[in-house]
Design a protein around this ligand. Structure first.
Ligand code: FMN
Length: 325
């Protein structure tokens, strides 16, 4: 029987166990998006005992940025800091990928100096043109190239929580009537084009996609659409699907207090694809996390806020479970 502490080989990367630290923004970067000592220390403290660290989202272009101290991966000048980061975490024998993101309509004009772009007009954002879509796809490609050059074991595309890729997929935010909007087929098109382009850069490393599997809204994305999308993502070359949801944020208030709040969606997606699945949502208990693996509900378990509070949670969980599993 497979347990939480068992390794998982994904392509050329061996994950030493099934515990994932999901991307959690710290706002500890400099105003230019560079890695700082504080950011590095924050992750060093939490990396021991992990199977995989997913570094918080880095913005792929200035226009896709949302906050002043957000981490960036939009410029070659950031390579040095990112390389130091990966060396330090690899020294702890922890594999790591970086989440790459574009805020779309959630980007902030007061931070970027530019009008935000989105699939359809929303807040301050204007509908993006085909030329602008092409530039953004290439920004994702170049950011992935930087991630690989800096020594990350791969990238995670941020397709959840209401940011640009999720804005294309969700019928709540995509009201286009061209090839990028309307039918499910068309709403998947832009994220799939991004996947195809970044795939060229990833090689034997990992391409993860964080999917917004459920908008938790009657006319938003439903899990059935996400299952179709997940299959397409895998066909396009995604190696791991990280199942989250909530178009207005990752921790919908209605789900708080429920351990494993996006596990039902993760299980449904796992049933239709043949790549490892990460499950997330309010997980606090090592035995519960272990059961998710033993019962094959998911392949990897992400534990976010608990690891923020207790940086040694993963090490303690492994020690407790080694007696039982
Ligand atoms: C402060 C904070 C920042 C977050 N930043 C990100 C992020 O950069 N990217 C992302 O995909 N999710 C982000 N999340 C969501 C987490 O990755 C995770 O899905 C969520 O916290 C639920 O897991 P948990 O209950 O184990 O914390 C963030 C969550 C918190 C609390």
């Amino acid at each position: 029987m497979v347990c939480l502490q068992d390794a998982l080989q994904v392509k050329e990367v061996e994950l030493p166990n099934r515990i994932v630290f999901p991307p959690i923004q710290t706002r500890l970067a400099t105003g230019e998006g560079e890695v700082t000592d504080d950011l590095l220390e924050h992750y060093v403290r939490r990396s021991q005992g992990l199977g995989l660290l997913i570094l918080e989202h880095g913005y792929v272009s200035r226009q896709g940025r949302m906050g002043r101290k957000e981490l960036g991966i939009h410029d070659d000048a950031l390579l040095e800091g990112l390389t130091q980061f990966t060396r330090r975490i690899h020294a702890l024998k922890t594999p790591l990928v970086i989440q790459v993101n574009h805020g779309g309509a959630l980007s902030k004009k007061e931070v970027t100096g530019k009008q935000p772009l989105a699939p359809s007009p929303m807040r301050e954002a204007k509908e993006l043109t085909y030329d602008e879509a092409e530039i953004i796809i290439d920004d994702f490609r170049r950011s992935t190239e930087r991630a690989v050059k800096s020594g990350f074991d791969g990238v995670e595309l941020h397709g959840a929580h209401g940011f640009l890729l999720n804005q294309f997929f969700s019928p709540l935010t995509n009201r286009r009537r061209d090839k990028y909007g309307g039918s499910l087929q068309n709403r998947m098109r832009f994220p799939l084009e991004v996947v195809e382009r970044v795939k060229e850069q990833v090689g034997g490393k990992l391409l993860l996609y964080r999917i917004g599997s459920d908008d938790l809204h009657p006319t938003g994305t439903q899990i059935e659409d996400a299952m179709v999308f997940a299959r397409r993502l895998v066909e396009a070359g995604v190696d791991v699907i990280d199942v989250s949801g909530g178009i207005c944020g990752s921790r919908p208030s209605t789900l708080q207090g429920i351990q494993g709040f996006f596990i039902p969606q993760a299980q449904k997606i796992k049933a239709v694809v043949n790549v490892p699945i990460i499950g997330v949502g309010g997980i606090v208990n090592p035995q519960y996390a272990n059961q998710l693996i033993q019962k094959k509900q998911v392949d990897l378990v992400a534990v976010g806020r608990v690891l923020l509070k207790d940086p040694e949670w993963a090490q303690k969980a492994l020690a407790t479970l080694s007696k039982t599993c």
